[in-house]
Design a protein around this ligand. Structure first.
Ligand code: NDP
Length: 483
């Protein structure tokens, strides 16, 4: 596959280049080879994107929801028909195995386009009777939205932000992570092939400074970030200065609680999905696995056996089910956490090593006997490192699970249905799972509480975050006044 994009940016319906921008090498994580170069957006490129978005948004908002939705649903169909090619590109961009990208990236993006395309025509207001008079409400777009993406799901994030924004009548300027700049350009191309008018979905490349310039521009009305808590705080602060709407999808250190009556193999599957999918580079991962003492050793034994099934090979070979880290930098971060785990006294059950080959390969790693204060139990690692902690009873595990600044996700495995709902009800997290982990259908709201973020993506909830309500009081009779 030719991984070189036609140009670095996509603005006003076209690929645009400006080689004055800082070159950004695109690295294939499986080999470390450079597969493309893009250039960071210069101030001129940012200006072009904002001007195009503002100009196009007014007419787009004036179209009917049915018309807007039809374009999004057509884009979903194109995306599905090109799934294989898009999945291969996602694999080159991120290193994630094709076995995953074929089912989790362009397909999830297409789901978002289809879902919000379907909702677009249903976005109406209310009629509120007040005797003779009444109030009606109108759901209006916000204007120009900026989306800023992380590197783990470049296609999905570009669609999860773009689809609801466009459905509500906004324009979008999307800045992918500098680590994975390729896939969002394809999303822009497909939306335009589906008939999206020029200027409504623009992609500009660059590092944090480009994101920062977009967020602080007074012509931007909303910012949706997927990224770390540290970046989230900076972006939220900059957005607040301009009183802009925000969605913050940030990091996590989520608890996965496994009671001793759980189906052991299902619980092990949940822990594997919640720690090793996408080589552990998933924000909602259940990286603090609390296992009730009675089944701890049986759980660890079965887990160690199942981890032997990880196939670390060529990501483009569909048999491979575990890929490299996205970058050398991220690999080094994760290696330093593995070293901390060992130094702080956690028991290494399996993994822990780097593969002796090109690219950024780490083994799936499990630590047991982890205690609440160890660094690997407190900080988000964003890599394939599972921390297994043990517990005695329900009240204790709830208190310990909630003892974190984060609140993105939480999961419970138990056969006791009352306990499942009782425990989930007490866990402070936005996206929760019972006897499952990390499912993210477009129909379900996704997002966190506490430091993990503000707002929700996907589902009808996302509409609240890409639109606002105008209320209109209508008087039928005379107007009384004091004088
Ligand atoms: P970062 O926070 O480092 O970056 C996120 C994005 O923000 C990147 O595009 C980055 O640009 C950009 N950025 C950095 N600084 C600024 C700034 N001052 N103003 C505007 N934009 C800026 O996150 P990573 O890319 O390293 O992704 C990993 C993090 O993302 C993890 O913490 C993870 O938990 C979180 N995440 C959350 C998800 C969720 O839905 N809750 C989903 C996926 C990931 P660049 O990197 O190009 O410099």
């Amino acid at each position: 596959m030719d991984t070189h994009p036609k140009a670095s940016h996509f603005i006003n319906g076209h690929y645009v280049e400006d080689t004055n921008g800082t070159p950004i090498p695109v690295i294939y994580p499986a080999t470390g080879a450079q597969i493309a170069t893009v250039h960071a957006a210069t101030p001129q490129i940012i200006e072009q994107a904002i001007t195009a978005a503002r100009a196009a948004q007014v007419e787009w908002a004036a179209m009917t929801g049915t018309e807007r939705g039809r374009i999004l649903r057509r884009a979903a169909d194109i995306m599905r028909s090109r799934n294989h090619e898009l999945s291969v590109l996602e694999t080159y961009d991120t290193g994630k195995p094709l076995q995953e990208t074929l089912v989790a990236d362009a397909t999830s993006g297409a789901d978002a386009l289809e879902y919000f395309g379907g909702l677009a025509a249903t976005l109406t207001g209310e009629h509120i009777p007040l005797g003779e008079d009444w109030v009606y409400t109108v759901r209006e777009p916000l204007g120009v939205c900026v989306g800023i993406g992380a590197w783990n799901y470049p296609t999905q994030i570009a669609c999860w932000k773009g689809a609801p924004a466009l459905a509500c009548g906004n324009a979008m300027i999307f800045k992918p992570s500098e680590t994975t700049p390729l896939c969002a350009l394809k999303v822009a191309e497909i939306l335009h092939e589906a008939g999206l008018p020029a200027g409504l979905y623009n992609v500009v490349q660059g590092m944090g400074e480009v994101g920062s310039a977009l967020v602080s521009d007074p012509r931007v009305d909303k910012v949706s970030l997927t990224g770390s808590v540290t970046t989230g705080k900076k972006v939220y602060t900059a957005a607040a200065a301009g009183m802009k709407h925000v969605t913050m999808e940030l990091g996590g250190k989520s608890p996965l609680v496994i009671f001793d009556d759980a189906d052991l193999d299902n619980a092990v599957s949940g822990a594997i999905n919640g720690n090793f999918y996408s080589t552990g580079q998933v924000c909602s991962n259940g990286t603090r696995v609390f296992v009730q003492k009675g089944i701890k050793e049986a759980f660890l034994a079965r887990l160690a056996e199942r981890v032997q099934g990880a196939i670390l090979g060529d990501p483009l070979d569909e048999a491979t089910n575990f890929g490299p880290m996205v970058s050398e930098r991220q690999m080094e971060i994760v290696k330093s956490y593995i070293a901390r785990g060992t130094a702080e006294g956690a028991r290494l059950v399996c993994g822990g090593g780097q593969l002796d080959k090109d690219g950024f390969w780490l083994e799936p790693t499990v630590f047991a006997d982890v205690t609440d204060n160890m660094t690997i139990a407190r900080e988000e690692i964003f890599g394939p490192v599972m921390a297994v902690l043990d517990f005695d009873d329900e009240a204790e595990v709830i208190a310990r699970a909630n003892d974190t600044e984060f609140g993105l996700s939480a999961g419970v495995f138990t056969r006791d249905i009352s306990r499942a709902h009782r425990v989930i009800g007490k866990l402070r997290a936005g996206s929760c799972f019972i006897n499952s982990y990390n499912d993210a259908p477009v129909e379900a709201p996704f997002g966190g509480v506490k430091a993990s973020g503000v707002g929700r993506e996907n589902s009808k909830e996302a509409i609240q975050h890409y639109s606002q309500v105008k209320s209109v009081y209508v008087r039928m009779g005379d107007v009384e006044a004091a004088f």
